[in-house]
Design a protein around this ligand. Structure first.
Ligand code: BEZ
Ligand code: FE
Length: 286
C-alpha cells in the first residue's frame, strides 16, 4: 500500500466527514474503506474497470417492473442471504427466514382457505396445510399468509405472461381462529434463476449452475409479531445442497409425502395420488 493511495482514501473519507446523518456517514465510511482496499488489492486495469461499469450498467438496464436484476446479483453473491442472517428472526424458537427473491412483484390475490392456486390444472397435485403460531405457542388466527411458487415447469406467472394467467401460483390466505391455513396447488419443481441477463453471464463465466431446489415461498404477518419471509423446500428435490442463491436452511426442508388414500384426498377436495406437505410458521412477538 503506497502512502499516496492511503492519503487519497483519507481525503475521500474526510470529504464525507460532515455528513449530518450518522448512519449514512458510517455506511459511506465503511464502503469507501472496503472499496478502496479491494481496488488496491486487485489493481484492476482501466479496461477491467470499464467492464465492471458496463456490467453494472447492463444490470440496471435489465430491470423492469417484473425483473429485478440487482436483487438477482445480490442473491448469487450471497449478500441477500447474509442480510437474512443479520436481520432474520432473532428467536431460536421462530421459523427461520430466507430470501424474498425477485418474483414477489405483484399482489397475490386474496383467497379463502382450501383455494386452488394452480389456475392451469396441472397434473401433479399437491396440498399444503399449515399453522401460524407465536413463539409463545399461541395459534395466530387472522394472520395473513402470502404464498407464491413456480409451476411444475419451474416458471413464475410473471415470467410467462403469455403462457400463464396472472396470479397463477399465488394466494393471500388468512388463518382461521386456530391459526390454520391450507391450499391446493401443483408440485413445484427446481428451476434456474433467470440467466438471460448480466447475472446469467456471471454464472456462465464462473462455471456456476443457476438452479434453485423446488420450494414454495411464504410471507406470514400477524399483529404484534415480526413478519416472516421464508420458503419450504421439497425434501427430495435436486439442488438442495447447491442452491444458486445459498438460501436453503435444514429446518426449512420438508417431506412432500405421497398420499394415495382417496378419502383423505376427497376431504381436501382433490383426487389421489397427490403430495402433501405441512408447515408451521412460528413468528416472534415484536
Ligand atoms: C426465488 O426463489 O424466487 C428466487 C430467489 C432468488 C433468485 C431468483 C429466484
Ligand atoms: Fe422461488
Amino acid at each position: 500500500m503506497t502512502d499516496a493511495s492511503t492519503d487519497l482514501t483519507e481525503q475521500v473519507l474526510a470529504s464525507f466527514a460532515g455528513t449530518p446523518d450518522d448512519r449514512l456517514r458510517a455506511i459511506l465510511d465503511s464502503v469507501i474503506r472496503h472499496l478502496h482496499e479491494a481496488v488496491r488489492e486487485v489493481e484492476p486495469t482501466n479496461a477491467e474497470w470499464e467492464r465492471a461499469i458496463d456490467f453494472l450498467t447492463r444490470t440496471g438496464q435489465k430491470c423492469t417492473d417484473v425483473r429485478q436484476e440487482f436483487i438477482l446479483l445480490s442473491d448469487v453473491l450471497g449478500v441477500s442471504m447474509l442480510l437474512e442472517t443479520i436481520n432474520g428472526q432473532a428467536s431460536p424458537d421462530a421459523t427461520e427466514s430466507t430470501v424474498l427473491g425477485p418474483f414477489h412483484l405483484v399482489r397475490s390475490p386474496p383467497l379463502p382457505n382450501g383455494a386452488q392456486i394452480d389456475l392451469v390444472g396441472r397434473p401433479e397435485r399437491c396440498v399444503v396445510t399449515g399453522r401460524v403460531l407465536s413463539t409463545t405457542g399461541t395459534p395466530l388466527g387472522g394472520a395473513t399468509v402470502d404464498v407464491w411458487q413456480a409451476d411444475d415447469n419451474g416458471f413464475y406467472d410473471v415470467q410467462q405472461p403469455d403462457v400463464q394467467p396472472a396470479g397463477n401460483g399465488r394466494g393471500l390466505l388468512t388463518t382461521d381462529a386456530d391459526g390454520t391455513f391450507w391450499f391446493r396447488t401443483v408440485m413445484p419443481r427446481y428451476y434456474p434463476i433467470p440467466v438471460d441477463g448480466p447475472v446469467g453471464g456471471l454464472l456462465t463465466a464462473t462455471r456456476r449452475h443457476p438452479y434453485r431446489p423446488a420450494h414454495i415461498h411464504f410471507i406470514a404477518t400477524a399483529s404484534g409479531h415480526k413478519p416472516l419471509t421464508t420458503h419450504i423446500f421439497v425434501a427430495d428435490s435436486e439442488y438442495l445442497d447447491s442452491d444458486a442463491v445459498f438460501a436453503v436452511k435444514d429446518s426449512l426442508v420438508r417431506p412432500f409425502d405421497v398420499v394415495t388414500d382417496a378419502d383423505q384426498a376427497a376431504r381436501w377436495s382433490t383426487t389421489a395420488p397427490l403430495r402433501h406437505a405441512s408447515v408451521e410458521l412460528v413468528l416472534q412477538p415484536m
